[in-house]
Design a protein around this ligand. Structure first.
Ligand SMILES: Cc1ncc(COP(=O)(O)O)c(C=O)c1O
Length: 380
């Protein structure tokens, strides 16, 4: 029998523990496991890099929520990305990357993977023709997209890009961090691998760093699992437990993030101190229709251009009180940041450089009237 999203979030991989009936999966804070005889580990557990029951519970839950056969949990989102790249690609291969993406993801391609011989071309994810044109037939192994993108909230049509990637025998990888699986399930639209920084909405409480890969295909998933162990960037048991605790409320949190973001986007839109408001839920957003097709709602992230330019953007960030000035996103508390000088500083001077007057909001689940009042004073 198939279950609904919220049921899976609370129960998938999380049956009561066999020995005591503990309702919550215990934190198996152990590096190793006693073996019954040489070559006979109990239930396959021999060493916690290779397998740990708390991490297994998280991995099973992530797989269920994204609708893939294999889920894997890593020490961070970037660790997950690195493992994926080095599983699928070899020196000399090529990847199409988004022309708007998390700065750290760009840095991984530009400063790390490129030195190792992996070439990349940025392309606009909202333009399937641009993505098609960036593909090098026979050499491109991955079409990599974020949707919505960080921080300009561009929207990629997942089903269309899956076709574009598959026509070229490449994989479509979707970083689903901004949407979360509650709002969008890329595998159902044809993606081959879903990437998450579980640090964000999945964990949801700004208290743990982690990453995930979910594969649509079991054999690719098993190859990724092999590399997870061989490369070693695993999620620790306590971090896995915290992330599972966060996941249980993902659905209700996301709905409140969306409620609050919709109110705030409407307030900012047309405000005299604000230029363009970028939120996929606004009908004027160029990706609105595609987002409506593939997302349940439009998420908790909003970006906007300050009417007074870069200095105004910086002042807004500095004046905000309830919106905490901080990097990261997706927690219950609202955050504000200046991408050009903070999360995306590593993209300065590159094709992924972001506008200096841009402000990014991660809208939390506080009382929305308090958030609106804080923005009103911060806009000046
Ligand atoms: C969209 C996106 N992908 C990946 C990452 C990297 O994740 P982590 O910081 O957990 O390594 C981030 C981090 O901000 C992100 O925003």
């Amino acid at each position: 029998m198939s279950h609904g999203f919220e049921t899976l979030a609370i129960h998938a991989g999380q049956d009561p523990e066999a020995r005591t009936g503990a309702v919550i999966p215990p934190i198996y804070q152990t590096s190793t496991y006693a073996q019954d005889a040489v070559g006979a580990p109990r239930q396959g557990y021999e060493y916690s890099r290779s397998g740990n029951p708390t991490r297994d519970a998280l991995q099973e839950c992530l797989a269920a929520l994204e609708g893939g056969p294999v889920g894997l949990a890593f020490a961070s989102g970037l660790a997950a990305e690195d493992t994926l790249l080095r599983t699928v690609c070899r020196p000399g291969d090529h990847v199409v990357i988004p022309d708007d993406a998390y700065g750290g993801t760009y840095r991984l391609f530009a400063k790390v993977a490129e030195r190792w011989g992996l070439e990349y071309t940025p392309a606009k994810v909202s333009d399937p023709d641009a993505v098609r044109a960036a593909i090098r037939p026979g050499t491109t192994k991955i079409v990599w997209v974020e949707t919505p993108t960080n921080p300009l909230l561009g929207i990629a049509d997942i089903a269309t890009l899956a076709g574009v990637a598959h026509d070229a025998d490449a994989l479509l990888v979707v970083d689903n961090t901004f949407a979360s699986p509650y709002l969008q399930q890329p595998i159902a639209h044809g993606a081959d691998v879903v990437v998450h920084s579980t640090t964000k909405y999945i964990g949801g409480h700004s208290d743990v760093v982690g990453g995930a890969l979910i594969a649509a295909d079991r054999s690719l998933g098993e190859e990724l699992r092999y590399h997870q162990n061989a490369m070693g960037a695993v999620n620790g048991p306590f971090d896995a437990w915290l992330t599972l605790r966060g996941i249980k409320t993902l659905g209700v949190r996301m709905d409140r993030h969306c409620d609050n973001a919709e109110r705030i986007a409407a307030y900012l839109d047309g405000h005299a101190k604000v230029g363009q408001v970028i939120y996929p839920g606004l009908p004027a957003h160029p990706g609105h229709e595609v987002a409506a097709k593939q997302m349940r709602r439009f998420g908790g992230m909003i970006s906007f251009r300050a009417a007074g330019g870069e200095e105004h953007a910086v002042e807004i960030c500095n004046r905000a009180k309830l919106f905490v000035l901080a990097e990261s996103l997706g927690g219950v508390e609202s955050l504000i940041e200046h991408p050009g000088r903070m999360t995306h500083a590593s993209a300065a001077g590159s094709p992924l450089e972001v506008p200096g007057d841009l402000v990014r909001l991660s809208v939390g689940i506080e009382t929305v009237d308090d958030l609106l009042a804080d923005l009103e004073q911060a806009l000046g």
